[in-house]
Design a protein around this ligand. Structure first.
Ligand code: AGP
Length: 619
């Protein structure tokens, strides 16, 4: 998730764009850059690190111009660096592109462009688009048009996007087409801000809200030609479109949270795209996809004696789900450990084992220490991480990134869904590498995985009902969460979400464990959240529900749409039918929403709960 801004008008663009980029820093900030088209040239300034570094660079070495592009990066392909910072240029350095999204087929496009003699300066997928447009311009015959170059640039960009597969919100500037920005959108947000004698484009509203509240939201497959005095719209077939502007009512703070009251709720609603973006580009072509995406060769998965997974908190729960998946699909022994314990145990880990570590921040001290221990033992390490260039990713041998964008809520939500999606990608490719799954079987699982973002969207529609349930129970001081099989870790995660933002004592338990002690706790003042969606063990979970009902508990049950109602269960949240193995990606959603609304009703600081830090960088 990156921040994109563009301006075409009659004021000096650099200061306007810097101001806009500051409003988008919540979207990404490992590097930043800007470009203006002036005097037949493109002037670029780019800097690694925080936006302030770009600002001081521009103060030292100013650029001037009234048409410009700006970008803050949250790296997906290529480490944070000046070379990888946007805008990216073509060979002639006269055309630049900024981009938010993922070009799935960038490797094959880059190979073809290299074969035609194009020279690349970065490791990013984005740079491919600049060279692709350059290549199309070479082949386009100049059209007899009054303003010759604007249609050329539009047509070349349109043709280039015809070769691109993936998600993009992008903008293009060419020194030979001064005064015009070409923009295009598929799967990543891009909004036009319509001013008086000036126009803006941005990934998100806060970037231009100080200058105009009149906005046009581009839809997938749409393009815009942005100039100071007008903006015209087209589809990817080049057909002219009429777009109706809307008036933005939000203030800036609301806009940064997309109208939600807290970052946590905004991030809960970003989970369909976090899942989509993490799955994107990792199955087509299936063969060697992990080598392409994570540098992880198939033989490492094939030859591994066992897999050790180490992580903390929510990331640890993602590993617990992964254990069920890997044992079921890949037939490999899996040991899951909290990093804080692993680093002090007499572990049997050896160089024949593969270590998988999961971390949103990539900076968790215990997890980093566990990775270093694994390396000392000669084991190879795969990091599943949301932060490119973080300490854990630098220590690991292979990196499979979740593409969730920055997560600001201390309670991890979209990162967890991204971790599960990445874990599913890894489990599938591990099963293929070990010959435990055929390609047709893998494609069937991919088809099921690609349904998950839609199923998450359906689960989010339960929010009003969940809010009602939260109103009934927010004053309780104890909760029990129970689940079985792949949903046992979901029960743990649901309990963690509730306890860390509402400060209510909540425990997650394997439902089958109730009779071995916890059932002694049950009484009407201890609501029980039971995950009883369709599964091979659903009947057993229903028995557990009856056990707690018999002892006076009130039950909130997650069930599957269309299944018979559970007798005597007060609250039943019906979720879309999903493949059992993948149900944790959907069942987690209502538990996050329940925790959020209970905490909100208790007046807790949902985004920054007491005693907690977003990244625990100390032991
Ligand atoms: C999650 O809600 C918690 N805030 C916490 O458990 C977190 O998952 C844990 O600290 C690990 O962080 P990491 O993913 O950045 O390594």
């Amino acid at each position: 998730m990156c921040g994109i801004v563009g301006y075409a008008g009659n004021r000096q663009a650099p200061s306007l764009l810097l101001e806009g980029l500051k409003r988008l820093e919540y979207r990404g900030y490992d590097s930043a850059g800007m470009a203006v088209a002036v005097n037949g040239q493109i002037e670029r300034r780019r800097a690694e690190g925080k936006l302030a570094n770009l600002e001081s660079l521009i103060q030292k070495d100013p650029i001037k111009g009234v048409v410009a592009l700006g970008h803050t990066r949250w790296a997906t392909h290529g480490k944070p660096s000046e070379e990888n910072a946007h805008p990216h240029a073509d060979c002639s350095r006269s055309l630049v592109v900024i981009h938010n999204g993922i070009i799935e087929n960038y490797v094959e496009l880059k190979d073809a462009l290299l074969a035609k003699g194009h020279r690349f300066e970065s490791e990013t997928d984005t740079e491919v688009v600049a060279h692709l447009i350059e290549e199309k311009l070479k082949n386009l015959r100049p059209q007899p048009m009054p303003d010759l170059n604007e249609p050329l640039l539009f047509e070349a960009t349109r043709l280039a996007l015809g070769d691109v597969r993936g998600a993009y919100a992008l903008a293009v500037l060419w020194s030979k087409a001064p005064g015009v920005i070409i923009a295009a959108k598929t799967a990543s947000p891009l909004i036009i801000g319509l001013g008086q004698g000036e126009n803006f484009l941005a990934s998100d509203i806060p970037a231009f809200l100080a200058h105009t509240r009149k906005a046009v939201f581009l839809e997938d497959g749409e393009m815009a030609v942005l100039k100071a005095d007008r903006c015209t719209y087209f589809n990817l077939a080049g057909k002219r479109l009429e777009k109706t502007p809307v008036q933005i009512q939000w203030d800036r703070t609301m806009a940064e949270k997309a109208g939600h009251r807290h970052f946590m709720l905004k991030e809960i609603y970003e989970q369909p795209s976090a899942c989509e973006d993490t799955l994107r580009g990792r199955f087509f072509p299936l063969k060697d996809a992990l080598e392409r995406e994570a540098g992880l060769p198939a033989y490492v998965m094939k030859d591994a004696r066992s897999i050790y997974m180490v992580a903390c908190g929510t990331a640890y729960h993602a590993c617990l789900v992964g254990k069920y998946w890997l044992e079921r699909l890949a037939g490999i022994p899996v040991h899951v450990e909290t990093a804080s314990e692993f680093r002090y145990r007499e572990t049997m880990l050896g160089k024949e084992d593969l270590v998988v570590t999961v971390s949103q921040s990539g900076e968790t001290a215990d997890t980093l220490a566990a990775v270093r221990l694994a390396k000392e033992r000669g084991a190879k390490v795969l990091a599943i991480c949301n932060t490119v260039g973080s300490a854990i990713t630098r220590a690991a041998d292979f990196n499979l990134y979740t593409h969730c964008g920055p997560e600001f809520g201390v309670a991890s939500t979209k990162a967890f869904i991204g971790q599960l999606a990445a874990m599913a990608v890894f489990s599938l490719h591990c099963a293929l590498a070990r010959g435990k799954m055929s390609e047709p079987q893998a494609r069937e699982l991919v088809d099921e995985l690609l349904k998950v973002p839609g199923q998450i969207r359906a689960a989010l529609k339960l929010e009003p009902k969940i809010k009602e349930i939260a109103r009934r129970y927010f004053k309780k001081e104890h909760f029990l969460f129970i689940g079985r099989y792949v949903n046992f870790p979901v029960a743990l995660e649901g309990a963690l979400k509730l306890k860390e933002i509402s400060y209510i004592h909540a425990e997650g338990y394997a439902a089958g464990e109730l009779k071995h002690g916890p059932i002694a706790l049950i009484d009407p003042d201890m609501p029980v959240v039971a995950i009883a969606t369709r599964s091979r063990v659903a009947e057993k979970t229903v028995s557990s529900i009856q056990e707690v009902k018999a002892r006076g508990a009130e039950v909130i049950a997650l069930v599957t749409e269309g299944d018979p109602k559970l007798k005597g269960v007060e609250h039943q949240l019906a979720l879309p039918a999903a493949t059992e193995l993948l149900s944790p990606l959907i069942n987690t959603i209502p538990l996050q929403l329940l925790a959020y609304h209970i905490a909100d009703l208790r007046g807790c600081d949902v985004d920054q709960p007491r005693n907690l830090a977003k990244s625990v960088t100390v032991e």
